[in-house]
Design a protein around this ligand. Structure first.
Ligand code: ADP
Ligand code: MG
Length: 391
């Protein structure tokens, strides 16, 4: 069965692939959201009378042991959050780890050491996959952040276990993002922003048959403005994508989609400017100035476009929001999305942290835990980790 709640786990050893890649500073976990988000899946498995083996990657150790990337601090935090002992394995595979796994009783918890300490993980090595699989009878994938990667703990392992299924976190991602793709309520508004057109063009293209309105902001809007012959001062433009940006707008128009770009902007001399140089209409950006945020008229326009939306998918901030002088547009957009009464889906690492900073998490229907996987899912790609579960 593809989902955890349809799978018999009682009395079994269950291996859960989670995304516990949390920020750690000198042994201190700065943000334990990912650990907390994984708890419902863990608690369910333990309550069902199974033993639990958890695995994850942390950072990029490139197939070698690196003590600074040990999951030890995660084991400690997990122990506090679960209120029961969490054993820390010295590695993720091998005789010692196998013996630890074999000795587990129902209700016991074992955390494996960083998967990426082993070179076989990112290579999807069959031998490493088999060793991982031999630790348990049931495999649960609950790591949406890595389902676009054909790694051993995501893909290879599924070929060697008796049963493979999706955990609660992954299930939620598939349900929300799947709904946006296959049965959205209309009007459906796509909001795309952020740094680069190149990383977002795929999702724009794939949603052209589904959405009613598209809003483009952030640095990626510069390339679209440029494609219409507007000079955008010294703003970042992806020259090699100007043609494709224009084509995308033409296709959108031919399909009856309303396409909105910023009508005014805040500019600065560079990303670190202590205050905006001014507010300009999009066609009047001074030659030596960069567009760093959307302006107030654009904020009003975008808010109006979103007002009656029934479905919103939003990825990418409207400006260089890390600099408080240029964060107003992104904060304003977050507030507009938060007011929407329909289904609101937010994704992307920077957009996620923006929504957290604004305190608007509770006002969104769903915030995806994926960055690359969120984009690839909405590009319509079949993701290897999801396919491997037969979903
Ligand atoms: P996400 O992580 O949510 O997918 P991106 O990584 O695509 O978003 O984009 C976020 C980055 O884009 C931020 O670092 C932000 O500063 C930058 N950015 C957005 N608009 C601008 C702009 N007008 N000029 C320069 N950088 C921008
Ligand atoms: Mg980002």
């Amino acid at each position: 069965m593809p989902y955890l709640d349809q799978t018999q786990v009682q009395g079994k050893r269950v291996l859960v692939r989670s995304d516990l890649n949390v920020p750690i500073d000198q042994g201190n976990i700065r943000d334990d959201n990912r650990i907390r988000a994984s708890l419902p899946t863990y608690k369910y498995i333990l309550d069902q009378g199974a033993s639990l083996i958890i695995c994850s990657h942390l950072g990029k150790p490139k197939g070698q042991k690196d003590p600074s990337l040990s999951l030890n601090p995660v084991a400690e935090r997990l122990q506090e959050l679960l209120g029961r002992e969490v054993k820390m394995a010295p590695d993720c595979v091998g005789d010692e780890v196998q013996a630890l796994a074999d000795s587990l009783q129902p209700g016991d918890v074992l955390l494996l050491e960083n998967l990426r300490f082993q070179p076989g993980e990112t290579k999807n090595d069959p031998d490493f996959s088999r060793q991982l699989a031999s630790l348990a009878e049931i495999y649960v994938n609950d790591a949406f952040g890595v389902v676009h990667r054909a790694h051993a703990s995501v893909v290879g392992v599924t070929e060697h276990v008796q049963t493979a299924c999706a955990g609660f976190l992954l299930q939620k991602e598939i349900e929300y993002l799947g709904k946006a793709l296959s049965s959205p309520e209309h009007p459906f508004v796509l909001v795309a922003g952020g740094a680069k057109v190149s990383t977002k063009l795929g999702i724009l293209t794939n949603l052209l048959d589904t959405v009613d309105r598209i809003i483009v902001g952030g640095a990626m809007a510069n390339t679209f403005l440029r494609s219409m012959g507007v000079s955008v001062g010294s703003s970042k433009v992806e020259d090699d994508l100007i043609e494709q940006a224009l084509e995308t707008m033409k296709t959108a128009r031919s399909k009856g989609i309303s396409f909105y770009l910023p009508v005014d902007c805040l500019t600065g001399t560079d990303l670190k400017a202590v205050k905006p140089s001014g507010i300009f209409p999009f066609q009047d950006v001074p030659a030596n100035e960069m567009i760093l945020d959307i302006g107030p008229a654009t904020h009003t326009l975008f808010a109006e476009v979103l007002r009656d939306a029934k479905t919103v998918v939003w990825n990418g901030p409207m400006g260089a929001f890390e600099n408080p002088s240029f964060s107003q547009g992104s904060v304003g957009l977050a507030q507009s999305v938060a007011k929407v009464e329909g289904l609101t889906i937010v994704g992307g690492g920077d957009t996620d942290s923006l929504v957290h900073t604004c305190g608007l998490v509770e006002s969104m229907s769903f915030i995806s835990t994926g960055g690359g996987s969120f984009l690839e899912f909405l590009e319509g790609k079949k993701l290897p980790g999801i396919k491997a579960l037969g979903l």
